[in-house]
Ligand binder design. Structure first.
Ligand SMILES: Cc1cc2nc3c(=O)[nH]c(=O)nc-3n(C[C@H](O)[C@H](O)[C@H](O)COP(=O)(O)OP(=O)(O)OC[C@H]3O[C@@H](n4cnc5c(N)ncnc54)[C@H](O)[C@@H]3O)c2cc1C
Length: 552
């Protein structure tokens, strides 16, 4: 039942790289976890050559991350792997929280219909990594397995990395180095860079259980259930009938003892009763919430767990790591192509350290609720849960893990502040909301029409309302050194030669973006709004583009 066979990837002896003096490469990535792989794929999509090293030659062991949020799925769609992962994963939107055996709170991640992707899918991390590796190879990423980075130097105009391989040691220089070597980050340690935050004094047992059960595909969290009194338990359904159970154990639990089958199986039997199951994977974890002070050090860019870590409650680890590379790679591509100054990369640091702080704050609050640190906090927590049974106001206090949402980078120096009045969430810095559309009479999603390049969206009632001057300015923007693709969103169906027209069939774009005929948005390659106006002005779009690329 559902046992996963770990693949071994083709080891290419790095003898071609073992030269003196060391070879200089434009872009090197260290670490082929989900985040390093996403960085390498994105680099190829931007036309960059990339060399990726990993010390191992397989995917990560055990299911690890299971929950991938809507925004991450949209990023994975942009990278070209979203569809198979969504087909394989278990989609869900509903989360239920129980006190003992009674439900006290329920949430729906996407209460509003009209989005391509669900609020979350659950999928074992090894499937995500496998899909990313396949895609990276398809795009021509040069992956070198069994090459362990053992040293690094950060020079003013390059990084120098020492690697150990079965063929011996060698050095490689990189104009740019993306560091994605995980929470322990040997690269961060070699450079003596600090990562600050705190460790939570609690232990959790994770068990992946293969079981044919007809529980609904929902997230379920129990506080103080009869089958595990005094502690919390979390249940998620993953692919292949694998169920993830997290049992809170407390700080005093002995990790070696608790992972033994003779300790784990009785816990599961008490929870699942007569249900047949098989244990697939067991681990005990503790966690930390911390981040590096700066994610950029000269030519080194830290991403994912190497740069920041959170507790698993809220599923913000991999999700935020994939959003790091989403925000980074278009900027790095512009800098490497000489189309933007190096200073553009400082905005990566500013935007993603801000996002990491948001994630750490949310994750810490959830963790404090789930694992109260004192008798008083526990009393407050239990009182909130009791009240939530009967009083809607108290449900807001129940925090069983505020789940990953993308950061609104509204403070970013790349944004052009509003000069016109707009309502709603799609302000400069917002990750773009999806909407159902038609293109040439076929159903499509807005989010799939965006990305990898700047985009200028113009909303019209009828395409005939677009004047020739605006159309020729839009075409000129597309032909610019930094191409800005025009996208006409029309309330009624229509076509324009050589320009993409999307028909806002259900009026959801107009609603979500507070669109009026003539309204214009400039969007970044990572699908964030960067500026918006009520009327098209070529001068304003050009100025906003310069600002969004640090060329101002
Ligand atoms: C129990 C658990 C549950 C989780 N649940 C979720 C969840 O539901 N959702 C979510 O978003 N996140 C979750 N996470 C977090 C998620 O697993 C991590 O955030 C994610 O794996 C980080 O990806 P990464 O690529 O940054 O690092 P990693 O996945 O750690 O990858 C690092 C890579 O670098 C390689 N490497 C390391 N050192 C070197 C070196 N010296 N040289 C070369 N290569 C090296 C490693 O082999 C590895 O391939 C969970 C984590 C745990 C432990």
């Amino acid at each position: 039942m559902g046992s996963y066979t770990y693949p071994k990837f083709n080891y290419v002896p790095p003898t071609d790289l073992m030269t003196q003096p060391p070879q200089r490469k434009p872009l090197v990535v260290i670490g082929a976890g989900p985040v390093g792989l996403a960085a390498a794929i994105d680099a190829r999509l931007h036309g960059l050559d990339v060399l990726l090293f990993d010390e191992d030659d397989s995917v990560s062991v055990g299911s690890r991350a299971v929950c991938y949020a809507k925004r991450t799925l949209e990023v994975l769609d942009r990278l070209g792997v979203g569809q198979p992962l969504c087909e394989k994963g278990v989609s869900w939107n509903i989360g239920r929280t129980f006190l003992q055996d009674e439900e006290v709170y329920q949430f729906n991640l996407v209460p509003d219909p009209g989005h391509k992707r669900p609020g979350m899918i659950n999928l074992q991390q090894y499937y995500l990594e496998e899909a990313l590796i396949e895609r990276a190879l398809q795009l021509g990423v040069d992956i070198r397995w069994k090459c362990k980075a053992v040293g690094v130097r950060a020079e003013a105009d390059h990084a120098s990395v020492s690697l150990e391989s079965p063929e011996g040691t060698f050095d490689v220089e990189a104009d740019w180095l993306v560091v994605a070597d995980g929470a322990r980050s040997p690269m961060r340690r070699h450079l003596g860079l600090d990562i600050e935050g705190h460790v939570f004094k609690d232990r959790f047992l994770i068990a992946d259980v293969v079981m044919k059960a007809d529980f609904p595909a929902e997230r379920r969290m129990w506080f103080d259930p009869a089958f595990h009194p005094g502690q919390s338990v979390l249940l998620h359904k993953q692919a292949d009938n694998v169920w993830r159970v997290d049992f809170q154990l407390g700080w005093d639990a002995d990790p070696e003892e608790e992972r033994k089958p003779e300790r784990v199986l009785p816990r599961l039997k008490t929870m699942f009763g007569d249900q047949d199951f098989e244990l697939e994977w067991v681990s005990i974890y503790t966690f930390q919430c911390r981040r590096m002070k700066d994610f950029r050090h000269k030519r080194l860019l830290f991403v994912g767990d190497a740069a920041h870590q959170v507790s698993p409650f809220g599923a913000r680890g991999s999700n935020s790591g994939l959003q790091d590379t989403d925000g980074l790679m278009w900027k790095l591509a512009l800098v490497m192509k000489g189309l933007a100054p190096d200073a553009l990369l400082d905005s990566y640091d500013a935007e993603r350290t801000y996002a990491a702080d948001e994630n750490i704050l949310n994750s810490t609050r959830s963790t404090d609720f789930i694992t109260p640190k004192s008798a008083t906090s526990r009393m407050f927590r239990n009182a909130a849960l009791e009240l939530a049974r009967h009083h809607p106001f108290a449900r807001k206090l129940v925090n069983s893990g505020r789940l990953s949402v993308p950061s609104f980078v509204t403070h970013s120096v790349l944004n052009t502040p509003d000069t016109d009045a707009f309502q709603g969430d799609m302000l400069p810095g917002a990750p773009m909301d999806d909407a159902p559309m038609q293109r040439n009479g076929k159903d499509v999603w807005l989010i799939d029409q965006l990305g990898n390049h700047f985009q200028c969206l113009v909303f019209v009632d009828q395409v005939s309302q677009l004047d020739a001057g605006t159309l020729s300015a839009l075409r000129a923007l597309e032909a610019g050194a930094i191409s800005v693709k025009p996208l006409i969103i029309s309330r009624h169906a229509g076509a324009i030669d050589g320009v993409t027209v999307l028909h806002d069939t259900q009026g959801l774009f107009a609603k979500r973006y507070d669109a009026q005929p003539g309204s214009v948005w400039l969007a970044r390659p990572d699908q964030h709004v960067v500026a918006r106006w009520r009327n098209f002005s070529n001068t304003a779009v050009q100025a906003a583009l310069r600002r969004a690329t640090a060329n101002a």
